[in-house]
Design a binder for this molecule. Structure first.
Ligand code: IMP
Ligand code: MG
Length: 333
């Protein structure tokens, strides 16, 4: 803080939504800026209710937090309006006037594309929408009448906020290993750079103005769609270990693999991580479920956390021990 980036370390679904919702409540965030597009679902549990958000920033759980959609983002109009209704954030959400629009035709193109079948895209049309923006034929948010009430120059407000010491979180979507440019996984990647620098760039924040990069690791790794997953285990084995998940957005089975220390070290470095969050510790160590103090964690869990720190060189400051936004061990003090 005051300006932090949240970036996923692996192939998405690390639990960024949960970490962001915790920080929104605990640190009293003033602004949360969502990047990317509708393909990413951020899961937030609060007061026993589950939200899988495709457009609204996960910090909505704090009623005082201003919610922005970044200039570099692609807005799905119907999903945005539906989620604004669901979360009742009408009076504190804004879309940057330069954000572009993802349309139904993009989803049709995405689903029809033979290439995308091997990649296993989410089918929302994010790749085609970005192509259209690059061609300079995309609609912008300011062209859409229903979005008029939400238009803002968010870039100026965010940068003024940084000048004035406001607490700002830049919400990355997906994971670093899906980066179009940097992951090494091309073509099994998404249509944009998902790294920390790109998250800041999409929001209009220069690299020297970011104070913290919080990389989010999950205690095991999952991936949806095509492409390599080193150390992948079978679905049967995943079920046995309690790692089997279904995608919050598309409902597809997530593939899974054990935590990869080498990969975690590499992605921490490329993203310039200053801290790490480690989610779903309770899945590896069920005795840690719901614990909120470090000294309540089991010896095995502490050993695992220590190994993550030693092998990545990044302090593990925020640890998830259950689905609720507040099921967290916070070691930042
Ligand atoms: P696209 O982003 O829909 O073009 O999909 C490209 C690849 O990224 C596919 O393997 C998707 O499964 C994956 N992907 C896109 N968004 C997410 C996400 O939010 N979580 C996990 N995987 C994602
Ligand atoms: Mg997700």
């Amino acid at each position: 803080m005051p300006c932090s980036v949240i970036v996923g370390a692996f192939w998405g679904d690390e639990g960024k939504g949960k970490i962001i919702s915790y920080l929104a409540l605990k640190d009293n965030l003033d602004y949360c800026v969502r990047t990317g597009s509708v393909n990413a679902a951020h899961t937030v549990w609060v007061d026993g209710q589950k939200y899988a958000l495709h457009m609204v920033p996960a910090a909505f759980v704090n009623p005082k937090c201003n919610l922005f959609i970044a200039a570099g983002a692609n807005v799905h109009v119907a999903k945005f309006l539906e989620e604004v209704e669901l979360t009742k954030v009408h009076n504190r959400i804004a879309i940057d006037q330069q954000a572009s629009i993802i349309e139904e035709k993009h989803a049709i193109q995405d689903k029809a594309s033979a290439v995308n079948k091997g990649i296993g895209t989410t089918g929302w049309g994010v790749g085609p929408a970005i192509e259209e923006r690059v061609r300079r034929t995309a609609k912008l948010a300011k062209d859409i009448p229903e979005l008029k009430p939400y238009m803002k120059d968010t870039i100026t407000e965010i940068n003024d906020g940084i000048d004035n010491g406001k607490k700002i979180l830049l919400e990355g979507t997906q994971g670093f290993m899906l980066s179009l440019f940097l992951s090494g996984g091309y073509p099994y990647v998404t249509g944009r750079d998902t790294g920390a620098s790109a998250i800041a760039s999409e929001a209009g924040v220069g690299p020297t103005r970011v104070d913290d990069v919080i990389i989010v690791y999950k205690s095991f790794i999952t991936r949806v769609g095509g492409g390599p997953l080193p150390g992948e285990i079978t679905k049967e084995e995943a079920i046995k270990r309690g790692w089997f998940e279904r995608a919050a957005g598309t409902g597809r089975d997530r593939r899974s693999a054990p935590f990869d220390f080498e990969l975690a070290k590499k992605t921490a470095k490329i993203n310039g991580a200053t801290q790490a969050a480690l989610t779903k510790l309770d899945v590896l160590f069920p005795e840690c479920t719901g614990k909120r103090r470090y000294d309540e964690l089991s010896a095995g869990a502490k050993q695992f956390i220590k190994e993550v720190e030693v092998r990545t060189g990044v302090p593990v400051t925020i640890i998830g021990t259950g689905p609720d936004a507040l099921d967290i061990v916070d070691r930042r003090e």
